[in-house]
Design a protein around this ligand. Structure first.
Ligand SMILES: Nc1ncnc2c1ncn2[C@@H]1O[C@H](COP(=O)(O)OP(=O)(O)O)[C@@H](O)[C@H]1O
Ligand SMILES: [Mg+2]
Length: 347
């Protein structure tokens, strides 16, 4: 922990700092400990919040802001979406990530819809919840296509479908009464298909991680004899292409997330296609980018040029600072500004 740069925030003295409830995550590389480090270094009042307990509403009274994503497992996503929606909309609390970003997290369908309406080059994706529509659709596609489950991670639930016959089999199972069995013991693929054009790549997936105009990232190699890189642990850290980073920055101008993790494939013509994006990901080290063996970050100027700067950062700390600066503070300042411009403002 100590090896990473200390991340500080300039807090306006006239505004009270929020009291923060930290939700612990279940993943092997804890994010919550990094959030605590940031809060300690910046004198915030916080406590661990057991959001899973029966008295979570009562406990929430102690906090202004609730922070944390605890797992990408379906049951956890459902709990988080419900509770963050309730905290934001009915208790007047803020959450980090916001409900909107928590809702997007691990939803590949929403990612594809967002990218398509905002002109982001995303692998062409077909989602259907209609049996007759799905059966007609698969006759029109170029094969192979990639079938995906929502939610899923580490390439589990991502498979190639080689021809219309395979697609018909998939549809038959997914639209059956019980749905199609998956890797999960309690979630089945029921009455939807998610198919995506297969993009032949140069053997790598590029991950760019954006926080405001800062970009980190690395390459993940496709497993030999396979087409999938996610979850295979074949990470290479080296210089990132500026064009790929600019695409990730462009995407975050749409998503507006304090942190955005963007996975892209470079096709055989050199064009980049986003295949997945997420407000968080697992991070094992404070070295999410290496250039010439040195850890650091690319800092982008207004003309879209990224310059490398050395340093080690826990991204969750940068993301929480970004959330506070770009989301929490502007909203917290509005009542203050209104009260200043009110009848007593001149006294
Ligand atoms: N459309 C595609 N074309 C080619 N390869 C793909 C495509 N979509 C995914 N992949 C490969 O499969 C892996 C897993 O897919 P992804 O959608 O990222 O799911 P996960 O959530 O499991 O990471 C990716 O890391 C990538 O290597
Ligand atoms: Mg992925």
């Amino acid at each position: 922990m100590a090896a990473a740069e200390v991340v500080t925030i300039d807090w306006p003295p006239e505004l009270p700092k929020p009291r923060i409830g930290i939700v612990k995550d279940f993943d092997p590389y804890p994010r919550w400990t990094k959030l605590c480090r940031f809060l300690d270094n910046n004198d915030f009042e916080y406590d661990v919040y057991n959001i899973h307990a029966h008295d979570w509403l009562k406990q929430a009274e102690r906090f202004d802001l609730v922070a944390g994503i605890w797992s990408c497992e379906l049951r956890c996503l459902q709990e988080m979406r419900e509770k963050y929606w309730f905290l934001e909309n009915h208790l007047g609390k803020r959450t980090f990530p916001s409900f909107a970003h928590a809702f997007l997290y691990e939803d590949k369908r929403l990612e594809a819809y967002l990218a398509s309406v905002h002109g982001i080059p995303f692998a062409k994706t077909y989602v259907s919840y209609d049996l007759q529509d799905a059966l007609a659709l698969i006759e029109t596609l170029d094969y192979p296509v990639v079938s995906k489950l929502v939610p899923s991670s580490a390439s589990v639930g991502v498979e190639l479908v080689h021809d219309p016959k395979g697609a018909r089999r998939l549809i038959k199972q997914a639209f059956s009464v019980a749905g199609r069995g998956t890797h999960s013991t309690y979630a089945r693929q029921k009455n939807y298909i998610y198919l995506q054009e297969f993009i032949p790549s140069d053997g790598f997936e590029i991950r760019a991680i954006v926080v405001r105009n800062w970009v980190f990232g690395y390459y993940r190699q496709v497993l030999e004899g396979d087409f999938r890189a996610s979850g295979m642990n074949l990470v290479e850290k080296r210089e990132l292409p500026q064009e790929a980073m600019r695409l990730a920055l462009k995407l975050n101008r749409v998503v507006k997330s304090p942190q955005l993790v963007v996975d892209m494939i470079r096709d055989l013509h050199g064009c980049y296609h986003v295949i997945e994006f997420s407000p968080v990901c697992q991070m094992e080290t404070p070295e999410q980018l290496h250039v010439n063996g040195k850890p650091g970050v690319y800092i982008f100027d207004d003309d879209g040029n990224g310059q490398f700067k050395e340093g080690k950062y826990w991204l969750m700390e940068l993301a929480l600072r970004e959330f506070l600066l770009s989301d929490y503070l502007p909203r917290a300042s509005v009542p203050l500004l209104l009260s200043r411009s009110g009848p007593c403002a001149s006294r």
